[in-house]
Design a protein around this ligand. Structure first.
Ligand code: ZN
Length: 380
């Protein structure tokens, strides 16, 4: 332990319980539970003292019971429990700063944060974040609902559409009375009732160009892109704008019974056009396949089934939270993280690298070198 904790405590999210006179356990979830063989009850006495009292009092309490133990013995016990992920700094008084509202989120983050960290830090980061959310359809409207619960400082929401009756099966932010209203305005009204701390900037506008997005980016910490029209072109437009502005973006893509998430950290991970170049280099069928699909102009009916949409949007918002706060490593950096609604599985595709020499968008490449870009229906 680099520095000693001030008031270490057993994380309240984990139970500690004796199995018999030798063995005790902490945790009750598969993958988290650890069993300790502790015939002399040294560690158990430490666990009992780890209630948030000052470290010297913890040491004193253990030594009162077992005078033969040194201060270093107690510190070693704390290190052991920390390595198992069971203790945290208690930070008395910090609860009131976050308020009751986000306490459960803080408790969740505490699972990932040890005694040297601060379980409140992810929530503080969220609470100070300004997010641009593109699209308020099946993806975006449910993403916004989840963001309302997490409580960022502001969300700028953009959609040109109006609410239709056929949206109500999965876009649960909207009410029957919203049918015919602007999605952006209806969403703003709903969020104002759900979390009045969030500043909402609602824009009823179409996204047609890189400039449209660039105008919305100043001051933003993160973009979530839930637009897919025009197909593929939308992703290229968003990608170019966020790369130029240097702002991370989490992209959502929905398929038939699977959905994907990928994240671009400009200058660090491969961007969407690096993906185009990478596949052009690696997959001999990629360009012809893309050209055929692009020319087809395939416009499928909506197949967004509410429960599936919820799984995907929850994955996206958790990914956005990971990118913003680092509470756990993001799963979609330079890779497409795919969620399969049919069997509940998820996996990451092979990753693609950033290609600074070849990518025309985040690097020094020439788009004319890569045939694929000529097959996009709109140039960006
Ligand atoms: Zn790139």
């Amino acid at each position: 332990m680099a520095t000693s904790p001030s008031r270490p405590r057993l994380k309240p999210i984990h139970p500690a319980y004796r199995l018999d006179d030798r063995v005790f356990r902490i945790g009750a979830q598969l993958g988290i539970t650890a069993e300790f063989d502790d015939p002399e009850h040294h560690l158990w006495s430490l666990v009992a003292a780890l209630d948030g009292r000052p470290l010297p009092d913890v040491i004193q309490a253990v030594q009162r019971q077992f005078p033969e133990l040194t201060e270093q013995d107690v510190l070693d016990g704390i290190t052991l429990l920390d390595q198992e992920g069971f203790i945290e700094e208690s930070f008395p008084g910090a609860e009131s700063g976050i308020g009751a509202r986000y306490r459960a989120s803080v408790n969740y983050f505490s699972r990932f944060i040890g005694v040297a960290g601060d379980r409140f830090a992810p929530q503080r980061r969220i609470s100070g974040s300004n997010i641009l959310l593109l699209g308020l359809g099946g993806g975006g409207s449910n993403i916004l609902t989840l963001l309302a619960g997490l409580g960022p400082a502001s969300v700028t929401i953009v959609d040109h559409d109006v609410v239709e009756e056929g949206n109500l099966g999965r876009q649960l932010l909207y009410r029957e009375a919203d049918v015919g209203r602007s999605k952006a305005l209806a969403a703003a009204g709903a969020i104002a009732q759900m979390n009045s701390d969030i500043l909402i900037d609602a824009r009823q506008q179409r996204i047609d160009s890189v400039e449209d997005i660039a105008a919305l980016l100043p001051g933003k910490d993160l973009v979530i892109s839930a637009i897919d029209e025009p197909p593929f072109v939308a992703q290229r437009i968003v990608n170019k704008a966020i790369v130029e502005a240097g702002i991370p973006c989490v992209f959502a893509a929905s398929q038939v019974s699977r959905g994907r998430v990928f994240t671009v950290l400009p200058g660090q991970t491969g961007c969407f056009d690096c993906l185009n170049v990478h596949y052009s280099q690696r997959d001999p069928q990629f360009v012809s396949q893309f050209a055929a699909f692009s020319e087809l102009g395939f416009d499928p009916p909506s197949i967004a089934y509410g429960p599936s949409v919820f799984i995907l949007t929850a994955t996206i918002v958790d990914e956005a939270t990971r990118v913003l706060t680092g509470y756990a490593p993001p799963r979609s950096l330079g890779t497409q993280f795919e969620v399969n609604f049919e069997d509940g599985s998820a996996f990451a595709h092979p990753s693609w690298p950033r290609l600074p020499d070849d990518c025309p968008t985040c690097g020094n490449g020439d788009p004319a070198t890569w045939e694929v870009f000529g097959h996009y229906l709109q140039q960006v």
